[in-house]
Design a protein around this ligand. Structure first.
Ligand code: ASP
Length: 317
C-alpha cells in the first residue's frame, strides 16, 4: 500500500464519518386536531398522502441531482402551496374579514441568510417571495404591499383573489363550520452538507387582520444553521414566537450537546405545554438525522432520505 492508497482510505472514511454523502428532505403539512375520525373519507386521506408524496419526491429528485437544500425546500413548498388541501398559498384560511394574509420564510444554513414575507394577499407562492427577499434585498422581513411591489418589479405577476377561494370551503367558513389546519414546511440537507428550512402559511383562521404568526419569524417558525439543524414549525404561532422554538432547538444541540430528536422532544413535550403551546416541528441535522414530532393528535408529515427511505404519515404512530 503506497501513500496514495492511505490518503484515499482516510479521505473515504472521513467522508463517511461526517455523513456528508447523506441527503434528504422532510416536510410537514400542519399539525392539529387531525384524527382518524376527521379523516374518515378514504379519498380525502389518499389525496393528502399523494400530494405530500409528490412534494417529497420532487424535492428529493432535486437533491439527488446535486441541487441545493434551499431549492429542494422551495420545490416541495410550492407544490404544497398550490394544493387547496393545505393552509398555505391556494388553500390559505381567511382572516376575520374574509381575506387571505399569508406569511412565509426561508433560511439557508450555509450563509445563515434568511428572507421572510408577511401579510401578502396576491402572491401565489409566498415561499418564492421570501426567497426573493433573501436574495435581492438587504432585509430579512418585508410585509404586505412592499412584497407585492418587489415581486412585480422582479418580473412576477399578481394572482387574482379567485385563486385563493374554493366555494365549498368558503361557504363552510361563512357558517364557521370549517376549521382548517395545514401550514406547510420543509427542511433539507443537500449532498454538499448544506441545510435549509422554509415555512409557508395562511396563519390562524379568523385571525385579526394584520396578525403575524411564527412562520415568517426567523428563529420562531423557521431556522437553519449548518452547524446544527434545520427546523420548520407548525402550530399556535403566538406560543412558538414566545418560545423561539426553531432556534431554541438548534441552541440545545449546539450548547447543550443534545441530539436533534431529544432537543425536539424537550421543546414539544416539556417546554411548549408550560404555556399551552400546541403544534409540531420537523427537523434535519447536519448528519442527516431527522425528527418529526408533535403534541397534537396528528401532523401531516413525511420524509425521503438517501439512507432511511421514505414515509408519509398523518396520525400518531
Ligand atoms: N403557525 C401558524 C401560525 O400561527 C399556524 C399553523 O401552523 O397552523 O400562523
Amino acid at each position: 500500500m503506497n501513500l496514495r492508497h492511505i490518503f484515499l482510505i482516510c479521505f473515504f472514511n472521513c467522508f463517511i464519518h461526517t455523513g456528508q454523502n447523506k441527503f434528504g428532505i422532510v416536510i410537514h403539512g400542519g399539525a392539529g386536531n387531525i384524527t382518524e375520525e376527521s379523516m374518515k373519507d378514504p379519498a380525502k386521506k389518499e389525496e393528502y398522502l399523494r400530494t405530500m408524496k409528490i412534494a417529497l419526491d420532487s424535492g428529493y429528485a432535486l437533491l439527488e441531482r446535486g441541487g441545493k437544500a434551499t431549492e429542494a425546500v422551495m420545490k416541495a413548498i410550492t407544490i404544497l402551496e398550490d394544493s387547496p388541501l393545505f393552509n398555505a398559498g391556494r388553500g390559505s384560511v381567511w382572516n376575520s374579514e374574509g381575506e387571505v394574509e399569508m406569511d412565509a420564510s426561508i433560511m439557508d444554513g450555509r450563509s445563515m441568510k434568511a428572507g421572510s414575507v408577511c401579510g401578502v394577499k396576491k402572491i401565489r407562492n409566498p415561499i418564492l417571495a421570501a426567497h426573493l427577499v433573501m436574495e435581492q434585498t438587504p432585509h430579512v422581513l418585508l410585509c404586505g404591499n412592499s412584497v407585492e411591489q418587489l415581486w412585480v418589479k422582479s418580473g412576477g405577476t399578481l394572482t387574482p383573489n379567485a385563486w385563493f377561494i374554493d366555494t365549498t370551503t368558503w361557504l363552510r367558513w361563512k357558517q364557521r363550520l370549517h376549521k382548517k389546519h395545514g401550514t406547510v414546511g420543509a427542511v433539507a440537507l443537500d449532498k454538499s452538507g448544506n441545510l435549509a428550512a422554509g415555512t409557508s402559511t395562511g396563519g390562524m383562521q379568523d385571525k385579526m387582520p394584520g396578525r403575524v404568526g411564527d412562520a415568517p419569524i426567523i428563529g420562531a417558525g423557521t431556522y437553519a444553521d449548518n452547524n446544527g439543524c434545520a427546523i420548520s414549525c407548525t402550530g399556535h404561532g403566538e406560543m412558538f414566537i414566545r418560545m423561539h422554538v426553531a432556534s431554541h432547538i438548534n441552541d440545545l444541540m449546539l450548547y447543550a450537546n443534545m441530539k436533534l430528536s431529544d432537543a425536539v422532544k424537550k421543546i414539544i413535550h416539556q417546554e411548549l405545554p408550560k404555556i399551552n403551546g400546541t403544534g409540531g416541528v420537523i427537523g434535519i441535522d447536519k448528519n442527516g438525522n431527522i425528527a418529526m414530532d408533535f403534541n397534537t393528535p396528528g401532523m401531516f408529515r413525511g420524509y425521503k432520505h438517501s439512507s432511511k427511505g421514505s414515509e408519509v404519515l398523518i396520525f400518531k404512530q
